[in-house]
Design a protein around this ligand. Structure first.
Ligand SMILES: Cc1cc2nc3c(=O)[nH]c(=O)nc-3n(C[C@H](O)[C@H](O)[C@H](O)COP(=O)(O)OP(=O)(O)OC[C@H]3O[C@@H](n4cnc5c(N)ncnc54)[C@H](O)[C@@H]3O)c2cc1C
Length: 394
């Protein structure tokens, strides 16, 4: 009998397995239908011996000290601040847009103050910001929107930014200084020996059993367990009762080149040219030294593995119907990006899993307190029967 069946060996499932096994001494079975642990963060050495991320570049960044310290139990880190260039009008310019982007693109030599005024002069008045288009044109105007955002978003989402929730482009800042870092979080680093190694260390405990190549449907009726933690797609769990939750997918085309370095930056975005959105060079992320180099192209597509929940109002409403079912399902806990239908970064999923662990332990402590009765006799025992017990006060 397992205390927990955990579906999915990504961040959500593995963090919970680790906490439950090591802190609460629970017996845990982790199943994943893929042939590896680490979920979408999975990395491996390819046939040339270069460390690559199978599901596209994963860069760790967080403002949460707790999350960073928690993961540091399982890995050392390589300090790494991510940088991206965008190929626009035949030039490679910093992305997010900053002072250098504007100066290079328009052949100017503005300072921070002047660029702020320049962007203000381009910005359009948008009375109510609703869509992804509104966010950008109200900040930098239509021309920069067309050059950097419109076609990229169309490729990435198969929809015009005017049809997408404002959250998609709100994430991308505009800077009037020369800061060309992609993220500004307090902690930015890559696991020194890769993500998969970090997951191996998380799951390495006698209380944890891992079954790969296993869809949970195939075992759920045969393996006894008390509670389930589910990090797969929530609509799939309920047999698509209300219909499919829409996702955008990607195809990854990996290549190894016979040259030591290939790109001018770790990632180059192609908003307007090519069918792919971006190219990543892995050695720039991992710091690995190798005479060859490995890159990956990302081609967005409608069908395939579910990667990005599509942020539109009707999808949020559909998810809410599934959430209601999930909340009403006893002894099953839904966690992670697929089970809660949200685009979460890795650190957010770790935080979500740690929060669920806390909730589970509080719940089991309450149950223990409510069920363990002191062995007392005589009048005290009678009193015990008469006075309702309040576990919170014990
Ligand atoms: C292209 C791309 C790039 C990203 N880059 C970054 C980045 O740079 N930085 C960042 O912080 N985040 C990034 N993310 C987000 C990151 O991948 C997620 O935050 C993280 O993987 C979520 O972990 P999870 O455990 O919720 O889901 P997952 O990692 O997807 O794990 C869920 C697991 O459940 C398994 N599963 C599903 N259904 C079943 C079933 N029926 N039976 C058994 N197993 C099942 C799946 O096989 C999967 O392994 C990126 C995501 C994508 C798609």
């Amino acid at each position: 009998m397992f205390d927990y069946l955990i579906v999915g060996a990504g961040f959500a499932g593995s963090v919970l397995a680790e906490r439950l096994a090591t802190r609460s001494n629970k017996k845990v079975l982790v199943v994943d239908k893929r042939n590896h642990i680490a979920g979408n963060a999975y990395d491996h050495y390819n046939e040339e011996g270069i460390l690559v991320h199978k599901y596209g570049p994963h860069i760790f960044h967080t403002n949460s000290k707790d999350v960073f310290e928690y993961l540091s139990n399982f890995t050392d880190w390589r300090p790494y601040e991510h940088r991206v260039l965008a190929s626009v009008d035949g030039q490679l310019v910093p992305m997010p847009i900053n002072l250098d982007t504007i100066n290079k693109l328009y052949g100017l030599s503005l300072n921070s103050f002047e660029v702020e005024q320049f962007l203000e002069s381009l910005a359009e008045q948008v009375p109510v910001i609703k869509t992804s288009e509104d966010v950008v044109v109200s900040k930098v105007g239509r021309e920069l929107y067309e050059k950097f955002f419109r076609n990229y978003t169309r490729k990435q989402w198969g929809m015009d930014p005017s049809e997408l929730d404002k959250s998609v482009t709100s994430r991308v800042p505009t800077r009037t200084n020369r800061d060309d870092r992609y993220f500004t979080d307090t902690y930015q680093a890559m696991p020194l020996h890769g993500y998969t190694r970090m997951f191996e260390r998380m799951l390495d405990h006698p209380n944890i059993k891992v079954m790969l190549n296993t869809d949970y449907h195939d075992i759920v009726d045969f393996i006894p367990f008390k509670e389930m933690i589910f990090s797969g797609p929530v609509d799939e769990y309920f047999d698509f009762k209300y219909g499919k939750l829409p996702y955008r997918s990607l195809e990854f085309k990996h290549e190894t080149l016979n040259t030591e370095n290939y790109l001018a930056a770790p990632v180059v975005n192609y908003p307007n040219d090519n069918l792919y959105t971006r190219i990543t060079e892995f050695k720039a992320l991992t710091g690995q030294k190798h005479p060859k180099t490995s890159i990956v192209y990302e081609y967005p597509k409608a069908e395939g593995d579910p990667y990005y929940p599509v942020p539109r109002l009707e999808n949020a409403e559909l998810y809410n119907k599934y959430k209601k079912l999930a909340d009403e399902t006893p002894n099953v806990h839904f966690v992670g990006r697929l089970a809660t239908y949200k685009y979460y970064n890795m650190d957010q999923v770790v935080a979500q899993a740690l929060t669920l662990y806390k909730k589970l332990t509080e719940k089991s402590e309450e149950v223990q307190k409510a069920t363990v009765k002191p062995t007392i006799t005589g009048s005290a025992a009678i009193l015990d029967k008469l006075v309702p017990r309040d576990p919170a006060k014990e």
